[in-house]
Design a protein around this ligand. Structure first.
Ligand SMILES: NC(=O)c1ccc[n+]([C@@H]2O[C@H](COP(=O)([O-])OP(=O)(O)OC[C@H]3O[C@@H](n4cnc5c(N)ncnc54)[C@H](OP(=O)(O)O)[C@@H]3O)[C@@H](O)[C@H]2O)c1
Length: 300
């Protein structure tokens, strides 16, 4: 039964990597939705208020965010406004119209000091301005409302927009040798499976609100990820290359923002309470390349 019938969704941030994928999935499932990106600035409560008027929205899905992790170190105010004030405004609006909110957060809320997998109950202690701004966004939502799903993601990639996968495939074409860090452990999150899970969550009318971790299954380093991407790229004529990939410690690849050394997240909670399907990262990567081909390797 399609329990989303009669439900009206507002997809916020529909021009971003995840937003575009969720838009595609909503359309495929005949779910009625309104969508916006920059034209409704989430840092302005007035703009939000004007947009939602008379639309009978039941569910707000927020994919809008400030995601430039390194740049955020110097643009703290901007990052905070979008990632912390933005979700607060959306939560306030949701309360006003009696809607629920699905919001995406990040593994960067964790410090990475833990030896094992992170559960939702573990201490949050972000290392970066971006991580802190996203955590403040989570806190603002919790302070405003009860009917929310906050879903923490890691290493997101998809067929739309830029991602590590596209960056690697591009670099394979122009370099003889690449170095990739091998001392940061985590799991990629493929937007395709995430979008399917998100739309299913809406259709199921699930009410197990709360904070959840989500990513693909398995745990790898960025180096492992790059090596696997190369293997698939080599099976595609236009991406075949002789590049060699060498593992390096993150100390040899300094960046403005620190990243957690370990951000492997435990997914038991989201599997149990939201019925999210967690596919292993390798099969999702294969799936990704198939989907990417369908849109002529957009972004390359
Ligand atoms: N990308 C990752 O690796 C990653 C990892 C973990 C978690 N996440 C989280 O996953 C979610 C989706 O990320 P994504 O990579 O799909 O993001 P994205 O591609 O950067 O998309 C975000 C969208 O939000 C828009 N936006 C920015 N400020 C806005 C504002 N004030 N009002 C309305 N729209 C605004 C952006 O427009 P402009 O492009 O014009 O700025 C963009 O279209 C985010 O919550 C992010 O924090 C991402």
């Amino acid at each position: 039964m399609n329990t989303s019938e009669g439900k009206k969704i507002w997809l916020v941030g529909n021009s971003g990597m995840l937003g575009k994928q969720i838009e595609k999935e909503l359309t495929k499932n005949n779910v009625e939705f309104a969508a916006s990106d920059r034209e409704v600035d989430i840092t302005s409560f007035n703009e939000i208020n004007d947009f939602i008027k008379n639309k009978n929205i039941d569910t707000i899905i927020n994919c809008a965010a400030y995601t430039a992790v390194d740049e955020a170190e110097e643009k703290k105010e901007k990052a905070n406004k979008i990632n912390s004030e933005g979700p607060k405004n959306l939560a306030k609006a949701a309360i006003k119209i009696n809607a629920e909110l699905i919001h995406f957060s990040t593994d960067y809320v964790y410090s990475g000091e833990k030896k094992g997998k992170y559960t939702e109950e573990d201490k949050t202690d972000p290392l970066s301005v971006y991580g802190k701004s996203k955590l403040d966004g989570e806190k603002n939502i919790k302070n405003e409302m009860d009917r929310f799903f906050i879903i923490r993601l890691s290493w997101l990639y998809g067929v739309y927009g830029n991602s590590f996968v596209k960056t690697m495939v591009n670099l394979f074409q122009t370099h003889d040798e690449l170095t990739v860090v091998n001392d940061q452990k985590g799991s990629p999150t493929y937007c395709g499976t995430l979008a399917e899970n998100t739309v299913k969550l809406i259709r199921d009318n699930n009410r197990n609100y709360g904070v959840y971790n989500y990513s693909d299954g398995g745990e790898i380093s960025w180096y492992d990820f790059a090596v696997r991407i190369k293997k698939i790229a080599d099976s595609i004529d236009k991406f075949k290359s002789n590049v060699s990939i060498k593992p390096i410690p993150s100390s040899e690849f300094p960046r403005k923002a620190d990243r957690p050394k370990n951000s492997v997240m435990d997914k038991k909670k989201i599997k149990k309470y939201l019925n999210f399907k967690v596919k292993d990262w390798e099969s999702n990567l294969i799936e990704y390349f198939k989907e990417w081909e369908k849109i002529n390797y957009e972004g390359i």
